[in-house]
Design a protein around this ligand. Sequence first.
Ligand code: ZN
Length: 632
Amino acid sequence: MIHLRLLFFFSVAFSLLANAAQSQTKPILIAADLTDAPRKLFHAEIDLPVHAGSLALVTPEWIPGAHGPRGPVANIVGIVFTADGKTLPWQRDDVDVYEYHLEMPAGVTTLHAHLDCINTRSSRVSAVLEWESLMLYPADTPVRQIAIQPSVKVLAGWGIGTSLQPLSAYDPAHPAGGTVAYAATTVEVLEDSPIMTGANFHEYTLASEVTPKHFVDFVGAEPADVNVRPEAIAQLSRLVREGFAMYGPPHYTSYHFLVLIPSHGGGGGLEHHESSDNSLPQHSLEQDDFAMIVADILPHEFTHSWNGKYRRPAGLATPDYDTPMRNELLWIYEGLTDYMGNVLSARIGSTTPQQYRDYLALTAAQMDATSGRAWRSIEDTTYEPAMPRPSGNAEAWSSWRRGADYYPEGDLVWLDVDTTIRRLTNNQKNLRDFLLIFLQKGVSGVPTVLPYDLNEVTADLNQIVPYDWAAFFNDRVNRVTPHANLEGIEQGGYKLVYTDTPTEFEKAYLKHRSASPEFWFSLGLALDQDGMVTDVRVGGPADKAKVNPGQKLVAVNGKTFTRDALHAAVAASKGSAQLLDLIVQDDNDLLQVTLDYHGGEQYPMLVRMEGTPDYLADITKPHTSADRSPAK
Ligand SMILES: [Zn+2]
């Protein structure tokens, strides 16, 4: 469902650091106060240059990287506007709830705004400020033209990680807490430059021989969280080198991996041009099996600085955060990034080549067993972030709904591109040749956005090897396809099979993720830890037996339900004529259901197809030699 009619080609890059304020000479001053972070409140004092008459101010709605109208307007509270010491009334726009209207009295040149933001990511020892939580600025003005000067106040002793340029040295030990003023910038750059701060803080320099400079700033729940093992730091230094080798010179003046390690919660990341806002589960950097399943987060977000922040689909390169984004190329923005994030994890040693193949097997099997692919294309899933959140239990029938599948499907599409280039060129060329063209147009060195459309992507691929790339993508992305794209895996020299034993990667996944796929490929059931059915695969054995999400397994073949009992029953089903008898609880009713299943345990893995080129081995090989310098 690519909206080709909506695609435009922008041939001119625009710099985020371009002289701000052609229409506005005085910057907005914004003083962020994060000292109430332990109470999950941020405060801001904002001074805006104004003149008499009607004024419309906005707070961001469409958040870059979130790909949807997810601005935190509902958490922005306690708003008071004053001018010349007098409180001014305001009115929310009756259509655009992100917009505030005021009348400026004659003679007023500065409007003061106070606001608070309820912030769920802060704690007693840490805070993450994504600036859309606190910013107000004039409506209907390109955000790269609005000058703004930020400062931040944090609790005494808290370290600060950010890509913003401080105007003077920061003293975290100052008894009144730390206040740092940063160089004037634009609303666009500020939105793109989060602050991560906390009592347990450590900054490490990465790949010190590389220019520009790279840092990783850890903020932890405990002091031990920021004392990161040297192997993990060395891997991040390798990531910098491998990123440069794959993508070429960057579009930043320095780069900060900001990494929050909260006391609870899963992993995730948000990309920015000169930094990334990452969360890693506690202890995930210490345990190899845990590290494996979150290994791609930092490589993914780092890749985005080139693919997503610099090269951006035209539909996502909007002039402000009120203009709706068009998501149809997210399978490139996120899909290519997801592919490279996992490839780089293997190249830097965060995962082994075997673990990479195990990851691919699980991804391909999950996509193949996604019920919703029967009605919905990959491209249609790119609209998921722009949709309202599903009401009720979002997990129920989620496979039938499909989620943000352009990430894992993108892995398979871009593996297919990589191996197709290798096949057509007898392994003389590969995806890197494309990336070094696609990601290296225009100016490097400073944050810049260079929009693209699909025609440019196919034209660049045709420079590497002539092929009908438009048809290639149309077949794989825009059409409804009953099975997952396994061509990349097979051209890579492997075949997806199912066995009765989980891979090491699946074991780690089963151990550390709450939603488990252990009965998904056999019975078509997803269960939580208590035996509650969280999802059912449409067309699978459980679906045919009319099992529903929300029901709870009570008994298996006449015995009380345990996971082990269900595993034993599934294993015994192989080659047996016996049916599988379950008792499920549905509200207060106990129901007997019978599954006609005889396939045994089913865990996906890749097996080598002997006699074919092993491109997956080539893909996971590092491009840079051994570390040139130890990380500090
Ligand atoms: Zn991403």
